[in-house]
Design a binder for this molecule. Structure first.
Ligand SMILES: CC(C)(COP(=O)(O)OP(=O)(O)OC[C@H]1O[C@@H](n2cnc3c(N)ncnc32)[C@H](O)[C@@H]1OP(=O)(O)O)[C@@H](O)C(=O)NCCC(=O)NCCS
Length: 345
């Protein structure tokens, strides 16, 4: 008589015969600090004008975190809203991913700090750095854990306190950025496709277009590095602009192509909110109608990894996205990095 040999170990991943499942956004939330910094106030800080900022960028105002308010505070507030809207408890969260370039500290991760602040006691936590593209990178990574059935509930947050790395003496950059956070809860929702595809890309040969030189292993903080203002972000505006338009168009078209979708089938396009002119140029190149583009850059400026997450929350809140709609997110940032995602909402 032959007996089946006892397996030497168990492979937990075999439980569902390696079959994947779709991943949906079951809740979205955002938070921006109360303090509004208007273009008129910036006129008092640097040689600029409301007229210049408005015509070149479309930005009218941005938010500033309070002195004792950090990226983890903004992220935690956005997360709690997303958790409440998803109808879950913080203890249900298996994993927290925070996309940010302005972590509270180099380590521990801002994700770990948020884990403690929201009481997500069971959750693993880590940060991800893909600059302004971070939210789509984090969405795609979080999606993998749901699809593979490794986890049931993943919290993805984009949170930034960019006011802490903006050079308030540099008119080329200080008018562009703001603080804020957005968050989504990822889960499997039966009978919904959720995230259909996500394109991610990078080109490190153009890293010098947008960077912060100080504070890393190449240039740790010294009195000299501080004196030469290396702990502030620097940007080559014109080149960044051109690359942004091109990369966002290419990424969006690739995402649509993969889903065999025409732009007319997309209810709402939520682009990274860096500059109104970039948004308009990307919309034009994609052949989108102006009413398809969701825009809130006038209120918040560029909030980097938080940008599309905040815009997504506002689009849902305002009713411009309904369950069942197809939406397209498209981002661009330092690295260079870019990304696009198609979602059945
Ligand atoms: C920064 C940006 C708004 C500048 O707009 P632009 O149309 O390229 O501006 P221009 O290069 O034509 O004009 C620059 C001139 O305006 C001046 N300028 C720059 N900032 C100014 C400000 N806040 N107020 C007034 N003048 C300003 C510059 O000194 C320069 O003057 P000069 O020609 O005498 O040297 C634009 O390049 C941009 O949005 N780039 C992409 C930024 C971005 O999205 N970054 C993040 C990507 S995630």
């Amino acid at each position: 008589m032959t007996t089946t040999p006892k397996p030497k170990f168990k492979n937990p991943r075999a439980k569902f015969n390696y079959q994947g499942r779709p991943c949906s956004i079951s809740g979205v939330g955002s938070y921006v600090p109360e303090r509004i910094l208007s273009n008129a106030e910036l006129e008092k800080l640097v040689e600029t004008s409301d007229e210049w900022i408005t015509t070149r960028t479309g930005i009218k105002e941005r938010r500033l975190a309070a002195p004792g308010e950090f990226t983890s505070d903004l992220g935690a507030k956005a997360a709690l809203k997303a958790i409440q809207r998803a109808g879950i408890k913080p203890e249900q969260i298996d994993l927290i991913i925070v996309a940010t370039i302005t972590p509270d500290m180099p380590f521990p991760s801002t994700a770990a700090l948020i884990q403690a602040k929201i009481g997500a006691t069971r959750a693993a936590a880590f940060d991800l750095e893909a600059a302004c593209s971070g939210f789509i990178y984090a969405l795609e990574i979080g999606q993998q854990f749901i699809m593979s059935r490794t986890y049931e509930t993943v919290l993805v947050i984009g949170a930034e306190k960019l006011s802490s790395i903006v050079d308030w003496e540099d008119r080329n950059t200080c008018v562009l950025f703001g603080d804020g956070a957005g968050a989504v809860v990822l889960q499997n929702r039966p009978n919904t496709h959720g995230l259909l595809t996500a394109v991610m890309g990078a080109d490190g040969t153009k890293a010098d277009l947008l960077f912060m030189a100080g504070g890393g292993s190449r240039c740790p903080a010294t009195t000299e590095s501080v004196a030469s203002r290396m702990h502030y972000l620097r940007m080559e505006g014109k080149e960044t602009f051109k690359n942004a338009v091109q990369a966002m168009q290419t990424a969006a078209e690739e995402a649509l192509r993969r889903c065999e979708l025409d732009i007319t089938r997309i209810k709402r396009i939520i682009p990274h909110q860096a500059n109104r002119r970039i948004i308009d140029a990307v919309g034009d190149r994609l052949g989108a109608k102006p009413e398809q583009m969701f825009v809130n850059v006038h209120k918040y400026g560029n909030t980097s990894a938080a940008s599309v997450a905040i815009a997504l929350d506002e689009a849902v809140e305002s009713g411009s996205i309904q369950r069942g709609d197809l939406i397209l997110l498209v981002v661009f940032g330092a690295g260079l990095t870019w990304g696009a995602a198609v979602i059945e909402w």
